[in-house]
Design a protein around this ligand. Structure first.
Ligand code: IPM
Ligand code: MN
Length: 332
């Protein structure tokens, strides 16, 4: 049966990179049924709508979603800041219960890191509020929600992943020395789940120290598991370290399979290079490769992975967006 794939090209270079990623997916020969969804800043400005219940319901019935990028041009102030983040990206993560954000970093020799970022809790739930706004007595609070259920399912996913990999090493990253309540919950849960995985070796690092070690000794890591906000920051650092934003891919996963998972390059809409052919589609292509893996199209995924590796090592600098897509598709 054809895989039903929902495509959210979005804004800026989003549609361009999604097109190249789908070119590669089609080249694998697997059967797909594509549906395009108009969402993002341009759609909001046209319709006043960020994500309707109806579109959300339709998206929920897909097997997978591939998203390019959403966001207005820098400097444009027509879209209120945070509106698309909370109303679209985070809404999809929460509503589809995409509780894992998996981000691989493997473009340097000897470096192969998978960051498992918790994706539905922490400070991202938006707990808190503001009092006496704009006065000298203003109070703002921003809570971080950590549930045993949410932390445990994330940590268990990370152990299962580490257990399948060659190095079988899992590092917990947190800030237990200061965030003593949530840190304690993470550490205790980690220690308990660890007993189920005797073949996985483990370590712990405070997030500030992890930033140093990640830069100095990236080859020492295998799988990292961490909370939503630390994961957000750490994966930008890891991305910059291992080839830049043009290669950083991500998978927002609901591993239970009860609904679609969402795959997206980490980069933004880059309005300044739209239509110039300067956008690097590899991050979107690698995200699509993760999508194929998740759809259990292992053979197709393996071919895309190999093709991407070849294109990266043969050098793609100077190639346009569609030439890079062609180069990968030809090798698939
Ligand atoms: C990311 C992004 C998002 C996040 C923003 C756009 C809400 O930075 O996917 O890493 O903070 O998770
Ligand atoms: Mn981020």
């Amino acid at each position: 049966m054809a895989h039903r794939i929902g495509l959210i090209g979005g804004d800026g270079i989003g549609p361009e990179v999604v097109e190249e990623a789908m070119k590669v997916v089609r080249a694998t020969g697997i059967e797909v049924q594509e549906t395009n969804y108009e969402l993002g800043a341009a759609h909001y400005l046209k319709t006043g709508e960020v994500l309707s219940q109806e579109v959300l319901k339709d998206l929920s019935s897909q097997d997978a979603i591939l998203l390019g990028a959403v966001g207005p041009a820098i400097g444009s102030n027509e879209v209120p800041p945070g509106l698309l983040e909370r109303g679209l990206l985070l809404k999809l993560r929460f509503e589809l219960d995409l509780y894992i954000n998996l981000r691989p970093f493997s473009s340097l020799p000897d470096v192969d890191i998978a960051v498992v970022r918790e994706n539905t809790e922490g400070p991202y739930v938006g707990e808190g509020g503001v009092l006496r706004k704009g006065t000298p007595y203003e109070i703002a609070t921003q809570g971080s929600v950590n549930t045993r259920f949410g932390v445990e399912r994330c940590i268990r996913f990370a152990f299962e992943l580490a257990n399948k990999r060659d190095k079988k090493h899992l590092t917990l990253v947190h800030k237990t020395n200061v965030l003593s309540f949530s840190g304690d919950l993470w550490q205790r849960t980690f220690n308990e789940v660890k007993d189920e995985f005797p073949n996985v070796s483990t370590g712990y690092q405070h997030v500030d120290a992890a930033c140093i070690y990640l830069v100095e000794q990236p080859q020492n890591y295998d799988v990292i598991v961490t909370d939503n906000l630390f994961g957000d920051i750490l994966t930008d650092l890891a991305g910059a370290l291992t080839g830049g934003i043009g290669l950083a891919a991500s998978a927002n996963l609901n591993p239970t399979g009860s609904g679609p998972s969402l795959f997206e390059p980490v980069h933004g809409a880059a309005h300044d290079i739209v239509g110039t052919g300067a956008a690097n589609p590899l991050a979107a292509i690698i995200s699509a490769e993760m999508m194929l893996e998740f759809l259990k199209e292992d053979f197709a995924a393996e071919r895309v992975k190999k093709a991407v590796k070849e294109v990266i090592s043969s050098g793609f600098v100077g190639l346009s967006t569609s030439e890079i897509g062609d180069a990968v598709a030809e090798r698939v």
